[in-house]
Design a protein around this ligand. Structure first.
Ligand code: NAD
Length: 257
């Protein structure tokens, strides 16, 4: 313990309503956990220099242990360049090239929050990963790629799928662990799931009809087949926030020496 209060800086650029909801939830969680929150909102028209200038100031600010720049960004800003402006030891989203490289080669570091949350859920449910076949739907830098690497590091055999993968249902049916993160409402149906498999639904899809927010898995149909399954909302989402808080604490310990 250092005696310093950890601080999380959040940057919200533009007026995407879902991003505003996510950032508000993260700030609320900081308050509940005793982490200081430094929030910055920039207009959708904010230029590259303005965004980089803000990140540079936060990189130097000793009160700020971690920096989160909410994605997606307005189209004129490059998400990779913007994310990589964040100092690696304040990269609490775990999305910089430095953090991704440390994960890829198995060094300690700040890990992306959502796949970290999934690993906690699997561990908590007692799912044996060693030797298991894990199928990950989606290969984004934000989720799919780090998820596949974490499962591989836990000795699972991993199949990383994407929109060009043939016979998704057939592959999924072999999975002991099935993780869906594609952003397609109810893509995963009961006949895609091996009886007893652990099914993790990362998708968050807004639909015009009730219930509004749904995942990538048809929960009602799949639940009777799966050995364990996460709901949407209320499954992976809260774990993402919990891991963000944990990363902020970890960063505070590192940055305060
Ligand atoms: P993304 O759009 O960057 O990536 C989607 C991936 O899915 C791509 O790799 C694409 O090839 C693949 N894909 C798309 N359609 C497919 C199909 N029909 N079959 C197979 N693969 C397909 O998205 P992302 O940022 O990785 O997010 C994925 C989903 O997870 C979204 O719904 C997002 O809202 C959600 N998400 C949730 C959390 C959380 O905290 N719960 C965090 C991050 C993302």
């Amino acid at each position: 313990m250092t005696g310093e209060t950890p601080g999380l800086a959040t940057i919200l650029i533009g007026d995407d309503p879902a991003s505003a909801v996510y950032v508000a939830a993260k700030r609320r969680a900081c308050g509940e956990a005793g982490i200081r929150s430094f929030h910055h909102e920039l207009a959708a028209s904010a230029g590259r220099d303005e965004v980089h200038g803000l990140i540079d100031r936060l990189n130097r600010d000793p009160r700020v242990s971690g920096i989160l720049c909410q994605l997606p960004l307005p189209p004129h800003l490059d998400p990779a360049e913007t994310t990589n402006r964040i100092a690696p030891d304040k990269d609490v989203d775990g999305l910089t090239v430095a953090s991704a490289g440390r994960l890829a080669v198995g060094l300690d570091g700040l890990r992306p929050c959502t796949p970290s949350g999934v690993m906690h859920l699997l561990e908590d449910a007692g799912v044996e990963l060693r030797g298991a076949l894990a199928v990950v739907l989606g290969r984004s830098n934000l989720f799919g790629k780090p998820m596949a690497q974490m499962l591989l590091a836990a000795d699972a055999t991993v199949v990383a799928c994407h929109r060009r993968t043939p016979d998704l249902p057939g592959l999924c049916r072999q999975a002991d662990v099935l993780v869906a993160a594609v952003g397609r409402p109810a893509l995963v149906q009961a006949d895609w799931v091996k009886p007893g498999a652990a099914v993790i639904d990362v998708g968050i899809n807004r639909t015009p009809s009730s219930p509004g927010l749904v995942g990538d898995v048809d929960f009602e149909a799949v639940a009777p087949v799966a050995g364990a399954i996460t709901p949407v909302p209320g499954g992976v989402g809260p774990m993402t926030i919990a891991c963000l808080l944990r990363n902020t604490l970890q960063a505070a310990r590192t940055t305060s020496g």
